[in-house]
Design a protein around this ligand. Structure first.
Ligand code: G6P
Length: 609
């Protein structure tokens, strides 16, 4: 999704802003632009495509030597991907210049009102209406004009605004879309996420909804759009620069797949005690009683996070015997869901900023549900608005196709299910056994990763095929969905995931000679059922690629290719079986020549609905 960077200080802003935009590239975008305050107004440049295109255009430009500026990567919503629609946008008089993430929902009405007052619009964007509205309401005080404009706006926004009449002032605000302020000495860096801040300062705070911050080189003032003073909570960013650098890997996705053993050791560290059969999750303690007494859990999320939530359903019902449902946050938020007493709504999210998940959480909270988050990004909106939660601790995830966050989410959900299970029906012996198994997961993932070259070779056999199926049962039905999603996202191959039993109700009609059909066929309660489904595919000429448990000799005689995972207790098996599927998707995308980390049309953090 769109990314914002702003700078005010004593360094030339241009390179710093471009550097920041590059750090935000992973979020997904289709054009980029920059504005630097100058003695006569603004130096503005825009380019369609990569930040490097913008950089190339800037090389030929004069000016752009000021120390205050704003920059933007745009992921088109209103208006096509054109240079004219690129941010920053100004009003007709070039008084106000702004960058914006989110959607101004009532922009059409605002435009009509402004047109009556003589404003002319040059773009198809909703953002231009906001620039003009601020200019129209300006009466010598930019901060006041921004607040007045935002009081008229419905929708979501994170904005950074400059005004020619007040050189030396940068005003930013947020509702719904994330925005952080990095606090340096004599300088401030504003950005959509900490990756664009951490090179300059590790002290930062996140703006809350309806907050406005007015920055000068040596002053900061935060208040709400209704003029209530706010004291920002400055925190220490834990992000290290090397965590967001590629190192020796070709792509962030590859790096993050291979990082999983290390990442999950961090997820588990200090939280599991095998000897005592105890799980220590500090983020659940304040609400432990309500959680233990919960009558129902509802897992919400989108994309990969939803798939993790689906595994969470199986885990919670198995270990804690709490009835659990899973729902797309986007559906939950609008269907007036019934939230009865004793309902816990658990949002699963890597970024903690997904607009639909955040809104669904709000809906659940309004209806009296206890809310919790399974979140990676520390201090993100979901983390800050929930009653309880478990952080993934897998480090920043840059690859758009989520990998280590998925295994982190499943690990966190497993710990949560054991935490609640022990306080409900789970015996200490069973808990000890599960903790013991959980602790072996990082080493076992390492064993799977050692087969990367073999997985690559198998993938390359089928990479020319345009349609794939992924099937699994029980705990590995969501894994099948995740395998299909990964392949779609980055290799643009059409893939469908489903419970293996569902195949006979339609998808079997698709199976033709040589069609790649991936079965998650690890040893588990439904192994023989999966084997029967494999035979049905073989009988119709499909090529079976099986993810199977090491030592299984039976599978070799029925599958065209086998990708092996070590033996593990079935509830934990998705943590292993998903890894070959992640690698398959990665190698398929590389073989097809796609830009793995910048997949077509996708965004890392979907902050608009
Ligand atoms: C986007 C990303 C997915 C992610 C989903 C939910 O679609 O491309 O990788 O699974 O959003 O994101 P979240 O940050 O809430 O986990």
């Amino acid at each position: 999704m769109c990314g914002i960077v702003g700078y005010i200080g004593n360094l030339p802003a241009k390179n710093l802003l471009i550097e920041g935009l590059k750090r935000l590239e992973y979020r997904g975008y289709d054009s980029a632009g920059i504005a630097i305050a100058s003695s006569t107004g603004f130096d503005i440049e825009r380019a369609v495509g990569r930040v490097s295109n913008l950089e190339a255009k800037l090389d030929g430009d004069t000016g752009f030597d000021g120390t205050i500026g704003i920059a933007h990567t745009r992921w088109a919503t209103h208006g096509g991907v054109t240079e004219v629609n690129c941010h920053p946008h100004t009003d007709n008089g070039n008084k106000v210049c702004l960058v914006h993430n989110g959607i101004i929902e009532n922009y059409a009405a605002i435009k009509t009102w402004l047109a009556e007052r003589g404003h002319v619009f040059n773009t198809e964007t909703d953002t231009e209406a906001l620039a003009c509205l601020i200019a129209e309401l300006y009466d010598g005080d930019l901060e006041a004009a921004v607040k007045a404009a935002l009081r008229e706006v419905t929708g979501a926004y994170a904005i950074a605004v400059l005004c020619t009449e007040e050189p030396g002032v940068l005003v930013c605000a947020r509702k719904g879309s994330p925005l952080m302020v990095g606090v340096g000495s004599g300088e401030y860096v504003v950005a959509s996420d900490p990756s664009a801040i951490v090179a300059h300062t590790s002290r930062a705070f996140a703006l809350d909804d309806y907050n406005v911050v007015r920055l000068t080189q040596d002053s900061i003032r935060t208040s709400t759009i209704h003029n209530k003073a706010v004291t920002p909570k400055v925190m220490q960013l834990e992000l290290e620069l090397d965590q967001i650098e590629l190192g020796t890997f070709d792509h962030y996705m590859q790096k993050e797949i291979f990082e999983q053993p290390h990442a999950l050791r961090n997820t588990l560290r200090g939280r599991v005690d095998r000897d005592e059969g105890r799980i220590v999750l500090g983020g659940l303690l304040s609400c432990a009683k309500e959680l233990v007494r919960a009558r129902k859990f509802v897992m919400i999320g989108q994309g990969t996070a939803l798939h993790a939530g689906m595994i969470g359903e199986y885990l919670l019902e198995d270990f804690a015997k709490i009835p659990t449902e899973v729902e797309f946050a986007s559906e939950f938020r609008y269907r007036n869901p019934i939230v009865e007493e004793g309902t816990v709504v658990c949002a699963v999210s890597q970024s903690g900023e997904t607009a639909d998940t955040l809104a669904a959480l709000g809906e659940a909270q309004d209806k009296g549900a206890l809310s919790m988050g399974i979140v990676n990004a520390v201090g993100s909106s979901i983390a800050r608005t929930t009653d309880a939660g478990v952080y993934l601790r897998v480090g920043p995830e840059i690859g758009v196709a989520s990998t280590k966050a998925f295994t982190g989410q499943v690990t966190a959900l497993t710990m949560m299910a054991l935490f609640l299970g022990r306080r409900r029906f789970l015996s200490v012996e069973k808990c000890k056994q599960m903790i013991g198994d959980l602790e072996t997961i990082p080493d076992k993932i390492e064993q799977v990763l050692q087969q990367a070259q073999q997985i690559k070779a198998v993938t390359e056999k089928y990479v020319h095929r345009e349609n794939w199926l992924f099937m699994g049962r029980g705990f590995n039905y969501p894994t099948a969905l995740e395998g299909a999603l990964k392949l779609k996202e980055i290799s643009y191959i059409h893939a469908e995931g489903m419970p293996a039993a569902e195949m006979k109700h339609g998808p079997i009609a698709l199976i033709t000679d040589g069609m790649p059909t991936v079965f998650i066929a690890n040893r588990g309660a439904q192994y023989t059922k999966v084997m029967a489904n494999i035979e049905e595919v073989r009988a119709r000429g499909g090529h079976v690629i099986a993810v199977a448990t090491e030592g299984d000799t039976e599978i070799e005689s029925v599958a065209e290719d086998v990708l092996w995972v070590p033996e593990v207790a079935e509830p934990l098996s998705p943590l292993l079986t998903v890894v070959p599927l992640q690698l398959m998707a990665y190698y398929a995308a590389v073989a097809r020549g796609h830009d793995v980390d910048k997949p077509r049309n996708l965004a890392k953090s979907v902050t608009v609905e």
